[in-house]
Design a protein around this ligand. Structure first.
Ligand code: SF4
Length: 273
């Protein structure tokens, strides 16, 4: 007689977790333990063992980057596109659409505005989701950082080589998957939109991140990698530690630099609840 084994739910992860793990697994683990402690009567201890040996790089393999398309200038909305989702937990998002092109879809509000993928144990909130007339959905992640600011001589190839493209690609891939899970339709691509702090439009830009079989396979493998990593080692490096929130709070004994400013959303954002 066969006995049904109880199904265990996969560890809940967010697009931010993926990005953070790709930078420093221990940073992700410290944030995860702090988040879990909010819902536990006793503090949740990070899994990183006390005798862990710091690593030089995150064990996460890079996402596919070969098909990214980097664009300078404003992202113009098409006249027949509609805005169907906006993250109401985010302040200061730009106004991309006139009111007549905003038709928020209740599909996206089932979990209080958090998009949930039960199969992969993933949940998160893109900044926007746009629907085109052919029914394709496109998630958009907005970054206030400039795509080309202070680097007017930079060209696409060089910019694509910067580490930021990898982080943004990871987030866009995860958000495409969330939209797929919620709508049943796989997006062809996601967009990372960079703001124009100068206001002239000259530095605005966006990156189009294709989403297909290769990207979905990468995502599934990345989630497995994170969930089976029982060490979640620190990756001390100035570029990581100077912007690490657990470092700001004195939680990491491996820090290679003083904290200088956050690069992740505040823990109070709905994504982290
Ligand atoms: S301070 Fe550095 S090593 Fe420690 S968790 Fe943060 S990024 Fe990782």
């Amino acid at each position: 007689m066969s006995v049904a084994l109880p199904q265990t739910r996969p560890e809940h992860l967010t697009p931010h977790d993926l990005v953070t793990y790709s930078r420093c697994p221990h940073e992700m683990e410290l944030i995860r333990a702090r988040r879990a402690s909010l819902h536990s009567p006793t503090p949740v201890t990070p899994v990183t063992p006390a005798d862990v040996v710091p690593e030089r790089h995150s064990p996460l393999f890079a996402p596919p980057l070969g098909r990214l398309r980097v664009n300078e200038g404003r992202l113009d909305v098409a006249p027949h596109d509609t805005l169907v989702y906006i993250d109401d937990g985010e302040d200061d998002l730009p106004v991309l659409f006139p009111a007549e092109q905003v038709r928020l879809d209740s599909l996206f509000s089932r979990h209080g505005g958090t998009l949930v993928d039960e199969e992969l144990g993933l949940g998160g909130r893109p900044d926007f989701v746009v629907r085109s007339p052919d029914g394709n959905f496109v998630p958009i992640e907005y970054k206030t950082t400039h795509l080309f600011l202070d680097l007017p001589q930079i060209h696409h190839e060089l910019h694509l080589a910067s580490h930021g493209r990898s982080f943004d690609t990871i987030q866009a891939i995860a958000e495409c998957r969330l939209v797929h899970a919620v709508t049943g339709r796989r997006p062809t691509h996601g967009i990372v939109l960079y703001g124009d702090v100068a206001g002239s439009g000259t530095h605005e830009g966006w990156v189009e991140v294709p989403y297909g079989d290769a990207e979905e396979h990468w995502l599934r493998a990345a989630l497995l990698q994170i969930r089976t990593d029982g060490r979640r080692p620190p990756v001390p490096a100035e570029r990581n530690c100077a912007a690490c929130e657990p470092n700001r709070d004195g939680q990491c004994r491996y820090a290679a630099a003083r904290f200088e400013g956050a690069h992740v959303a505040a823990l109070s954002h709905p994504t982290f609840r």
